[in-house]
Design a protein around this ligand. Sequence first.
Ligand SMILES: Cc1cc2nc3c(=O)[nH]c(=O)nc-3n(C[C@H](O)[C@H](O)[C@H](O)COP(=O)(O)O)c2cc1C
Length: 434
Amino acid sequence: MRQMALTTFVMPLGYHRNSWRRPGSRAEEVPGLDFLTDIARTAEAAKLDALFFGDIVHATATMRGDTMMNGFFEPMTTLAALAARTENIGLIGTLSTSMYEPYNAARLLASLDHLSGGRAGWNIVTSADGYRNFGIPAAPDPELRYRRAAEFVSVVRQLWDSWSDDAVVVDRASGAWLDTAKLRRIDFEGEFFQVEGPLNMPRSPQGRPVLVQAGSSGPGMALGTAVADAIYTAQPDYRQAVEFYASVKKMIADAGRNPDQVKVLPGIVPVVADTQAEADEIAAELSSFLDVEQGRTQIAGDLGVDLSDLELDEPVPVERFDGIGKLSSRQGIYRRKSVEQGLTLRELIFDRARSTGHQWIAGTPATIADRMQEWFETPACDGFNLNSPYNPDGFERICTKLVPELQSRGLFRSEYAGPTLRDQLGLPRPDVRF
Ligand SMILES: Cc1cc2nc3c(=O)[nH]c(=O)nc-3n(C[C@H](O)[C@H](O)[C@H](O)COP(=O)(O)O)c2cc1C
């Protein structure tokens, strides 16, 4: 029977903006490894497939008072620390193809895969902002960024395959630790990179760490469907999620790959309680922590337009969106909510604060599981990326109430399937290809 993949987007301060203000949030402990470890172990006790760490390489949103992004950690170092404190859970970290060199990225991820016994995953992003921290005056256009990303991923994969699996021989009699005939230079010469190779470490336990991609625009989908093992996406609307799923699966097949081996994982923000009344109460409490004017600044920042003159109880006029130029997929979600669904600016601010464009739901384990089951079986997805609305209590409820409900319905594993992240996701270990 087909089962869900479940990962969690780790944000120690909570996915819901300002939810850290809730008593019991442990907000004083961010950034800190002990709090993170508790989150990781809660996730592992629920047998989640993986922890997922996003990354943005600038403080622009932080300067607008937006604390939700990943708790300030650099993903690879953090996941390496968590590898030592967990046993089974997958460790997916974001590394930008616009800010790194493929050789560094290949080493970092292969190291994490070795250190964790085969639990590493890479969320491939191209970064929309932060370039001035790297001596680049402005963000290159998406088409160029994704061209670089495609070449980057290709180089990294060749480096991971530059050692045969049997290159390490450890022959005490002959004195050969390594059979150097089983290492290959890659001699890559491309538009963006020149890389000699081979990599300076043995092939990692998974052969290739799990590849994840998280952009839903045309070039983002082209990259994801060509290379990724899992695709993250923001899909607040059921009908559109079904369409997105069908078109992604078709693109995967068109790229000559097996659509069953690429998981489509939309985000969901579940507020879990024993009764609907309690769930609604928690949701209202979380909203009470918001500062509407701060929210206005943040949403204006996301859109890159001035909203300071707008009435809070009127929708954002369509011309504001039309002035942006080409919308990112997230900006497109705000536009639909505003223009098609008629949300006022105030409603949009609250909606963004709780969901950032993902699916949001407050309810009992049974009602939330009903929704997830419907999406999974229709199909609109192969599982979910769970965004915990507030921590640690909100995440504990997800892991001890919602996940067991999914397990009791046979929709999710009750035990880990094996030692590696590929095992959890049902993905084969790839042979050396290059
Ligand atoms: C669940 C999810 C997580 C993401 N995480 C990151 C991230 O950590 N860092 C980043 O730079 N972009 C991240 N993105 C943004 C995407 O990589 C992409 O840049 C964005 O969705 C805009 O591109 P698009 O128009 O192709 O969707 C994430 C997107 C989604 C849906």
